[in-house]
Structure formats: structure tokens, C-alpha cells
Design a binder for this molecule. Sequence first.
Ligand code: ATP
Ligand code: MG
Length: 485
Amino acid sequence: MQTLRASKCGLSTAQLPSSILDVIDALNKAGFEAYLVGGSVRDLMLGLNPKDFDAVTDATPAQIKEVFGRRCRIIGRRFELAHVYSGRELIEVATFRAPPKKEITSAAGMILRDNNWGNIEQDFARRDFSINALYYQPRKGIVLDFCHGVDDVKNKTLRLLGEPTLRFEEDPVRMLRTLRFAAKLHFDIAPEILEIFTPEMTQLLRDISPHRLYDESQKLFTMGHLNRVLPMLIDFDIWRQLFADIPEQISIFIERAAINTDQRIQMGKTINPAFFYAVLLWESFLERCAFYLHKGVVPAEARAQAGLDVLKRQATRTVIPRFAETFIREVWEMQTRLLSPKPQQIQALSSHARFRAGFDFLLLREKSGDPTTQGMGAWWESYQLMSSDEKERVISQYNRQRAKSRRKTNLDEVLESKVQSVEIEPLVNEPEPRVRRERKSRSRPPERAVPSTASGAAGIAYDHPILKRKRVKRDLNQVVFGPTQ
Ligand code: ATP
Ligand code: MG
């Protein structure tokens, strides 16, 4: 173990908010050791703004609670720690941990409980990367480095502590963390990690709870380097473990959305992480809509049911919280409304709570070359910049054009064009949605039998996982379509 001068590592108390110093001081005063550890030390050394500050101490959670009283809340079961509120900040204070006991690891070697208190050496050994295992005591002005972590920060190398296979088996989420830090910090992944980071290894992620994987996916989406991490997720075969039904390749739409997300974060703008989920699952949603339309379900219900199905299937990998699911479905639903708004509803639509997200989504589709938006992205973009007089004028202009063409220019048509001559087993066994009574005499117009590729959105790929589940093949000529067709 090396004790280094903090100033030599580019660290000083001036970089720290007083809230974190208060927490360290209070623990020291009560007779406990306290250090800053993890991402904050690493980021400060790299001249980055730490996302949060993690402190570590030899005080147990109960003792931390005694020191901070009502300012402290004990959280977590698998990994118990204290949340201490100091000023406006929330500081995570963890207790030094010893290696987990045998009985609380799963058959695959995964740690199920991790609340075995220990000393600082033991705590160090169970951290993930050398760069995350530097202990900074700001009052003493020292950094404890057990593993040449400072050198790894300088050399920009991501090195796991201990034997890489064992460390991934203990906690497969470390695979996601590897890619996250490599993308965020522009670090190289050490060769011994690359060697064992195989598709077989990523299968271990199936054992991780879908709730935890959702949290991790959010960290990947919101770190500000989403566009850099996406190809890595595919290369390392993590993509398939995280998402139930997304394309093997990054579409222009997904790429643009990633770039856009990163730019917003860089500009300090807020982002809703569920937005990116809406982008990722959009194709699956369209395909599922097509499936229901094919069955003769009315478009509005086809969309509603498709949204539920896609999200339910995704929940087998990452459980998206209910509020985020609602957001995603509303963004999708907005696409129909924005594409073919009723003139008298344009004003109200533009002040709808979900308008902004729906519009951003539409514009992204349009800028990604999706012709099915029919220029409505640009239309709404300029509409928002107009004076009320101009708005009135364009609405009546739009009204006249609409009356003239009476074209069917909504999402439903796009969805219909994606209908394929295959019968697909439902993704989820929900009660059958209402199917409009069909006029038996009406058969499907022949031109609809062929999916339109001009729609810009890909048709259902034949190796799509949904199709692999198909059991019955039906002759499309026999399919009777309802009145909405
Ligand atoms: P950031 O907060 O910037 O995402 P971080 O390194 O601080 O990065 P946290 O998730 O806040 O990441 O974790 C704090 C520290 O806890 C890490 O730096 C690491 O030392 C340790 N840690 C977190 N998750 C794990 C894990 N799965 N396995 C081992 N150690 C971990
Ligand atoms: Mg952190």
C-alpha cells in the first residue's frame, strides 16, 4: 500500500463541496475513519466533475445513523448503506466491507448479500477497478493506493482488481460498468479483461434482476457518452442481454437519438431516460402494431395493445418503471396525433404535456430519413416559432390542404403497410383485444398484401425473434380485413 500526497495526485479540499467535508469531519469527530472513494476521487484526478460523492468509513450503518440522526437513512438490502443529507447534497456513506461469506453467493458464484463488515484492506479488495479503489482523506491530505490505481488513472487503463473471470462471475454487472467507464473516460480496457469478455460471459447477465439492469441501463443512457457506448454494447454482445427485441444494428434513428441525448447532457439540459427506450423499442412497436392490424384489430387498439406487448416483453430484461412505461406509450401515441392532427386540435396539442417529447421524437425520425413523418416534424418545428396570427393562418391553410387531398396520411397507414403474410404468436398472453366485427364479404385489397419498403421503416425481418415463435402460417389471401382497412 502506498500513501500518496493528495496534492501530488491533483487533489485539494478546494475542489470539494463543504457538505462532503462536513460528513467526513462529523465521522472523524465521533472517532471513526472516513474517506472519499470511488468515482469522485477518480473524476477529480481526471479534472472531471464528479457525479456524486461516495464516502466510506469503519462505522457500521447503525453507528452512522447515531452520528447523523435524522439526516441519515439506511437503505438497501443486498448492499446496505447510509444516505446522509448534508446541506442540499446527498452523500452515500458505506461501511468497509469484508469478502462475502460463501453461503450468500449463488450457485453461479454471484454475490447475493454483501453486508459483511471489514477493514479498509478488505474493502479495497472487493472494489471493481483499480481506478475506483483510491481512498482520499481530504483533512489529512493523503491518498491510500493499494494497487497502483493512480498509475492506471495516469495511463488511462481500466484494470479489474483480482482475477477478471471471478470478478465478472461474482457480479456480472461489472461487465456493464467496464463499458460505461471505458466510454465515459476514454480509457483502454486491460487485455486480461478483453480476453475473458466473451459472449458466453455476458450470458451471466441473465441472472441479474431486471430491476437492477434497468438502473444500469439508465446509467449507460445518461452518462453523456451514449453514442460511444452503443457500438461497444453490440461488440461485446451485451445489447442482446439488455433488450428483448431490438435490431442487431444501430439504425440512423437510434444513432441520432444517442447523439442528441449526449448533446443535451453536455448543454446541461434535462433528459428523460425513458425517451431513449422509446426510440430503441419503436421498430418492435411498429411491427407489433402491424401484427394486430393484420388480425383486423382497429388501429387505436392495435397501438395500445402493441405498446403493452412490447413493454411487457422488454420487462423480461429490464423492468421499466410504470411512470416511464406510460411516458413511452404516450410518446408513441403522440406520433399518430402529430402526423395527422385535426385542425381544431392543433393548438391544444401543442400545449399537451407530452407534446415536446412527442415532437422531438417525430423530428428525430424525420431527420433520420423516415419519410413516413411526411414533413410534419418540420411543420411542427416552424409552427412553434410563429406568432398567433401566423399560427391561425397556417392552421387554415393546413385545413384547406387537408380537405383537398383527404389523403390517408396517418401512422395507421404506415403500420398497415408493414403487415406481412405471416401469423405471429402473441408476445404476451393478454386477453384478446376487441376486434371490430368484420364484413365477411370484404377481402383484403391486393396492393396491401405487399409490405411497402418505401415507408422507410424496415419490414419484419424474417429472423426476428418474434417470428421464431410463430407456429401457424396463414395464406394472406384468406385474411379478412375489418372496415378500418
Ligand atoms: P459514477 O458514480 O461516476 O458512475 P462510481 O465509480 O462512483 O462511478 P458508483 O456506482 O457510484 O460508481 O460506485 C461507487 C464505488 O463503489 C465504485 O467506484 C467502486 O469502487 C464501488 N463499486 C460500485 N459498484 C461496484 C460493483 N458492482 N463491484 C465492485 N465495486 C463496486
Ligand atoms: Mg459514484
